[in-house]
Design a protein around this ligand. Structure first.
Ligand code: COA
Length: 334
């Protein structure tokens, strides 16, 4: 059971017992996993590692973010940052990722136009995903131009929305029916919590190391990946993710974005679901939802957003500003 903000938002912790209440009398062992916005990915990783003890395992990710005044929600999400270094300075998450964007732009010449291309792509993908937050919204360049500045250089359409949602997967060490999809690699790494503790804001070492560990377990390299679902809580985060996952070298992700290679029909589709930007970011559900999208794609059941014949799909779920990262590699059933 993965959830980030049940306590501050809902005054409801102890969510594993709430889930157990939906299956009365089963008395299954259960608990809540919390790692900020990476709660879902960490819960899936934990379940993978626990299959020797419990088999099968149901992983549910859930969050409701709507209904709170914006300032209160922003403060609650800010609990994923350091209480002294970040929260006391009012460094909320849009502002934190704005610093990441500023440094990436200064070092590599990344442009606001690159961020817009990511937003346009992910919104277009979301219109092909019936479960996406912005499924019904056709976003144009004019919409993006009209978006207010949130934290420079990030404008409204660079931010993920405030979403409610849930996702679930069942894991087993044995195939469950004909459509089972193997998790070939699973890794989590943690890092210092605040950007203030890092020399370089343009890369998240926890993501790099989780990716290396997951690829090694799967017996692949980044060049084997056919598609990625990454944690684009802000558009700049999609660029950081591609570079941390080894899909592009540092500063070079923009080349794939500018040429359309990251679109659904491109050489390396990124976030065909619409990602967090347009698919939505119901924090505790996100990492589990990424696994659901990977499974749907590998089963060839993604409809209009289906990527052509993927063999390896990678998922990348981040807590805070790189304080936690979960990476999974899923493989087509042989
Ligand atoms: N992208 C595109 N459109 C958005 C949007 C987003 N992120 N957020 C809201 N909108 C749209 C709404 O659909 C609405 O459109 P409508 O008038 O056509 O119905 C309009 O903007 C106003 O919505 P509202 O809810 O009043 O927006 P807001 O100004 O309160 O919130 C943000 C905008 C960017 C502050 C909010 O989406 C946000 O906080 N996002 C980041 C969440 C976050 O930090 N998550 C954790 C990441 S680590």
């Amino acid at each position: 059971m993965a959830s980030f903000l049940g306590g501050p938002n809902e005054h409801q912790l102890h969510l594993n017992a709430v889930i157990a209440g939906l299956m009365p009398g089963t008395r299954m062992p259960g608990w809540r996993v919390e790692a900020a916005c990476a709660s879902g990915g960490v819960a899936v990783h934990q379940a993978v590692r626990l299959l020797a003890t419990y088999d099968p395992i149901l992983v549910v990710g859930v969050e409701r973010l709507s209904g709170l005044p914006g300032a209160e929600l922003t403060r609650n999400i800010g609990m994923a940052g350091d209480v002294i270094l970040d929260q006391a300075e009012d460094l909320n998450f849009p502002a934190t990722y704005a610093l990441v964007a500023q440094q990436h732009m200064a070092r590599y010449g990344t442009r606001t136009r690159d961020l817009e291309l990511i937003s346009l792509k992910n919104h277009a993908n979301a219109t092909k995903n019936p479960k996406a937050h912005f499924h019904h919204k056709k976003v144009t360049q004019a919409d993006i131009d009209a978006g207010v500045m949130v934290a420079s250089p990030l404008r409204l359409f660079d931010c993920c929305p405030v979403s409610d949602g849930a996702a679930a997967v069942i894991l087993s060490s044995k195939p469950l029916g004909d459509h089972s999809i193997p998790i070939a690699g699973s890794a989590v790494r943690s890092d210092v919590i605040s950007l203030a503790q890092r020399a370089d804001c343009t890369t998240f070492p926890a993501a790099r190391e989780a990716a290396a560990a997951a690829y090694s377990e799967a017996g692949i390299t980044a060049s084997d990946i056919d598609m990625a679902e990454v944690h684009d809580c802000f558009t700049i985060a999609e660029i950081i993710a591609m570079e941390d996952l080894g899909i592009a070298t540092p500063g070079e992700a923009v080349k794939l974005i500018r040429t359309g290679d990251t679109e659904i029909g491109g050489r390396m589709p990124v976030n065909p679901s619409g990602g967090l930007k347009a698919g939505g970011h119901a924090t505790g559900a996100t990492g589990v939802g990424q696994i659901c999208e990977a499974v749907t794609q590998l089963r060839g059941m993604a409809g209009d957003r289906q990527v052509v014949d993927p063999t390896y799909v990678v998922t990348h779920n981040v807590g805070g500003v790189g304080g936690t990262c979960a990476v999974h590699v899923l493989r087509r059933s042989m």
